[in-house]
Ligand binder design. Structure first.
Ligand code: PBG
Length: 324
């Protein structure tokens, strides 16, 4: 059948019809809410480049997570902002580190909430790179050992899932092995498997106070041009034992999300990163677009591309819209 017998507009005529033929449906179950935890009490420092997002002390982190949980969001992912940074990021794997304490507080206040921890060194190193530096570059194998320690310390604190975001080679196997050795064989690893060196991380580096003090992250994060390599990265992480894989950022890499989902059929997460969030707010603020529409369209597109889980700063706001 062809036009004029076939008319595609017939099924778009009313909102009810559109609801009936809608292919992709978002739910709050899809969302993981990123939170930035810092020292102190009653602290809610607004993040200038991420309107509506804050650096939170542990008590305020619990409040924010409780609100998100109440709206149906099942999970949070934690980023730590320690008071003291050093060359080897020792705050990252300290038993009483900021993330470790936040995990304990969240699990005692909200035992059913899924608490995911970002496993990386960049927020904890004084040079801002995601590992230890040797000869002017991040040393892979020495870094992997520290990441494994960090992941175990998060599991000891009660984390439900650990999510390494460093892009070192061999870190998934190392984390899996260290977790198993310490009795955490039931703790899944969510691998930031295809993480691109992206200009869309700009606001995050403000939020987490973690910009690299020299150079950039291109010797470990991926080149934006490479889709085949992204598939290889994901394959390696799966072979090393990843339970879930992630593509990051989300919107500029929807093709990669689709390829990863189709190729492996693994639980696939996509990170709707800080710059994607800031862009929506900037357009809304300038009067160049409707923030709510931009938000919901971004999220449904990421799901349509194949994401099972979306890490997004919009989590509570979008969950509220979905609940209306
Ligand atoms: C840490 C990390 C980053 C993000 C998540 N984990 C920053 C980076 O790699 O520079 C970015 C998240 C965002 O932009 O929202 N390695």
């Amino acid at each position: 059948m062809d036009y004029p017998d076939l008319r595609m507009r017939r099924l778009r005529r009313t909102e009810t019809l559109r609801r009936m033929v809608r292919e992709t449906v978002l739910t709050p179950d899809d969302f993981i809410y990123p939170l930035f935890v810092r020292e102190g009490k009653g602290v809610r420092n607004p993040i200038a480049s991420m309107p509506g997002q804050f650096q939170l002390s542990v008590d305020e982190t619990v409040k924010a997570a409780r609100e998100a949980w109440g709206l149906g969001v099942p999970a949070v992912i934690l980023f730590g902002i320690p008071d003291h940074k050093d060359a080897v990021g020792s705050g990252a794997y300290a038993a009483d580190g900021i993330v470790q304490r936040a995990v304990q507080a969240l699990k005692s206040a909200l035992p059913e909430l899924c608490v995911i921890t970002d496993v990386c060194l960049c927020e904890y190193t004084d040079h801002g790179h995601c590992g230890v530096i040797e000869n002017g570059d991040v040393a892979n194998d020495a870094t992997v050992e520290l990441l494994a320690r960090e992941a175990v310390s998060h599991a000891v604190a009660g984390a439900d899932i650990v999510a390494p975001s460093d892009m070192m080679d061999g870190r998934i196997a190392a984390l899996r092995c260290a977790l198993d050795d310490d009795g955490f064989d039931q703790i899944p690893v969510m691998a930031y498997a295809a993480k691109f060196a992206s200009s869309f991380y700009g606001p995050f580096r403000d939020a987490a106070e973690s910009p690299p003090q020299f150079g950039d992250r291109r010797s470990y994060q991926m080149d934006a041009a490479n889709g085949d390599e992204a598939v290889r990265e994901v394959e390696l992480d799966i072979r090393e034992g990843a339970d879930m894989v992630m593509v990051k950022p989300a919107l500029p890499y929807l093709d990669v999300i689709r390829r990863v989902k189709d190729t492996f059929g693994y639980p696939t997460a996509a990170y709707n990163v800080s710059g994607e969030y800031a862009m929506v707010h900037a357009m809304d603020k300038l009067g160049w677009g409707d923030g709510r529409g931009l938000m919901m369209e971004s999220l449904v597109s990421i799901k349509r591309a194949g994401a099972d889980m979306i890490l997004t700063y919009f989590a509570p706001e979008a969950a509220r819209v979905l609940g209306e």
